[in-house]
Design a protein around this ligand. Structure first.
Ligand SMILES: [Zn+2]
Length: 292
């Protein structure tokens, strides 16, 4: 183990021994719904996480979110972006009888296209800095590096064949067309990304009723556009659990590290690591994702 992993493991051991992990489950999670957010986990890690989860909560599909609970904690598994690696997870979902939701970027999957932050050169240019630029500026800078969001290149998303093979076990929903930061888009771009992706995902898998804000960035405008487009819910990156009183267009989440050892995963389920990270980034104390 490297130093950081070792430190995290020690922190997680202390948190578990102190009763914080158990206490948050009893006092905060209760019978509410935790929506877990993954991106591109490996099958072994996800297998271990799901095995652990089944000992502490019920795993439910996103569409059952607003059904009344039975007293036990509940969790929904979601994965963002439609990474090619998600295809390897199908046997794990089948093994555990889990129906996850994968939020797809409708113009990236099914084609040799690249999620923009995975384009060689984007990292060197500074992904976090690029996210804060206006959408036009970000795309212009990426074009100088050779990236065009609507031109075929290297495939980083699921193929149509993979999506088709996963449909029996997986719910596919919308995560925009190209994964822009919506709050940095013009009104036209923002509305188009939200509406067109809904249409395209529905054409692909039959229906599309749920949305996830790319990078967790949203404001009043994005929320109104999502509502007007006819979605039933939208998932944010704000920390917390959901129940019948949660605004369906501001669903709360627990972001999970794709490669977290089970002990660290148990600590991430308390929401505490994210709360601290958001607070340090200026998001305040209520678990709101720091917006820009
Ligand atoms: Zn995303």
């Amino acid at each position: 183990m490297d130093h950081k992993t070792l430190l995290k493991d020690m922190l997680a051991r202390v948190a578990i021994a102190s009763g914080i992990v158990y206490a948050t489950r009893a006092l905060l999670w209760r019978d509410r719904v935790a929506i877990l957010l993954y991106h591109d986990p490996d099958p072994q890690t996800l297998d271990a996480h799901l095995a652990y989860l089944k000992t502490i909560c019920d795993l439910i599909p996103l569409e059952d979110l607003h059904k009344p609970g039975n007293g036990r904690p509940r969790a929904v598994i979601t994965l963002d972006d439609g990474h090619a690696g998600n295809a390897q997870l199908l046997p794990i979902f089948v093994k555990h009888g889990v129906r996850p939701t994968i939020f797809l970027c409708s113009r990236i999957v099914g084609r040799p296209r690249t999620h923009w932050w995975l384009y060689p050169g984007a990292e060197h240019a500074g992904i976090e800095r690029l996210k804060r630029e206006t959408n036009d500026q970000r795309l212009a800078e990426l074009e100088v590096l050779g990236f065009h969001q609507d031109v075929d290149d290297r495939a980083t998303g699921l193929t149509f064949e993979q999506i088709d093979a996963m449909r029996v076990q997986v719910d596919f929903q919308s995560h925009t067309c190209f994964h822009p930061i919506l709050t940095r888009c013009s009104d036209d771009e923002c509305g188009d990304e939200i509406r067109r992706s809904k249409r395209e995902i529905a054409e692909l898998v039959g229906s599309c009723e749920h949305f996830a804000y790319p990078n967790g960035n949203y404001g009043t405008r994005e929320l109104e556009y999502v509502k007007a487009a006819g979605y039933k819910t939208a998932r944010t990156c704000d920390v917390g659990w959901n129940d019948m009183h949660t605004d369906p267009f501001r669903l709360r989440t627990l972001i999970i590290s794709d490669h977290a050892p089970v002990r660290w995963f148990a600590l991430q389920l308390t929401g505490i690591p994210r709360l601290i990270a958001y607070w340090r980034a200026g998001g305040g104390l209520r678990g709101r994702f720091p917006q820009f």
